[in-house]
Design a protein. Structure first.
Length: 87
């Protein structure tokens, strides 16, 4: 089953909410091995969803951002922001 909808946080419907999905993607992205962040395509495949859902989640996140061309999910990366130890 391909997830094509992320539910709003204030719903009583069964499923995955925006906050749950954002947290999962953020943690998963941060914990990937190597120096390169995962692509939108790899992230979407790993979470069994579409690149559009991943992009929407990342764009609305304060901890992640997209790097690379919007027209190619195999080249666009999901980056995580480093926490500022001084704040």
């Amino acid at each position: 089953m391909l997830y094509t909808e992320i539910l709003p946080d204030d719903t009583d419907q069964p499923g995955i909410t925006k906050q749950q999905f954002e947290t999962a993607v953020s943690v998963w992205t941060w914990m990937q091995p190597g120096d390169e962040a995962p692509t939108v395509a790899i992230t979407a495949a790993s979470f069994n969803t579409t690149p559009e859902i991943v992009r929407q989640c990342v764009r609305e996140s304060e901890w992640m951002f997209l790097d690379g061309p919007d027209d190619d999910p195999t080249k666009q990366r999901v980056e995580t922001r480093e926490s500022d130890p001084g704040s």
